[in-house]
Design a protein around this ligand. Structure first.
Ligand code: ZN
Ligand code: ZN
Ligand code: ZN
Length: 146
């Protein structure tokens, strides 16, 4: 197989490594456009899919159904905790989940079972910022009786 556009793929890989946490193809494309690389969105999609297929990138679906990618730190099977506000990602092991997934698949006679389990939430920092913002929210202010 002939590898075309190798420099573009390398550039996408670099941008992915520079990104903090999981990013969509669109936001990665926007970054590359700012740098005047001339790399098209379709090429970004292809490059990301290729990196994910070779295990060089993690891919997952956001709660909104968008495909997100990340240059992965861990090589083996693992799970993620992802802040839906700032994108901070923590790689986690989930021994309970592994056992549950294996046992459940076996009970139903499934072989070669795979699973994707990622936890989305607000990281401690974002939760603190949001808490402060809520305190200043005018809707929570007491109103005068008259
Ligand atoms: Zn990962
Ligand atoms: Zn956060
Ligand atoms: Zn697992």
């Amino acid at each position: 197989m002939v590898q075309r556009n190798t420099w573009q793929r390398e550039r996408v890989r670099e941008a992915l490594t520079d990104a903090r946490g999981f990013v969509s193809a669109q936001s990665l494309h926007a970054t590359l456009r700012d740098e005047n690389t001339g790399i098209g969105l379709a090429t970004v999609y292809r490059a990301l899919a290729g990196l994910a297929a070779q295990g060089e990138a993690d891919s997952l679906q956001s709660p909104e159904g968008e495909a997100l990618y990340r240059a992965c730190v861990s090589a083996g099977h693992h799970h993620h905790l992802i802040c839906r506000s700032c994108g901070l990602t923590v790689e986690i092991e989930a021994t309970d989940v592994e056992q549950w997934a294996r046992a459940t698949a076996e009970r139903h006679g499934f072989r070669d079972a795979e699973h994707v389990v990622d936890i989305f939430g607000l990281c401690a920092q974002c939760a603190a910022v949001r808490g402060a913002a809520t305190a200043d929210d005018p809707r929570t202010e007491k109103r005068d009786a008259h």
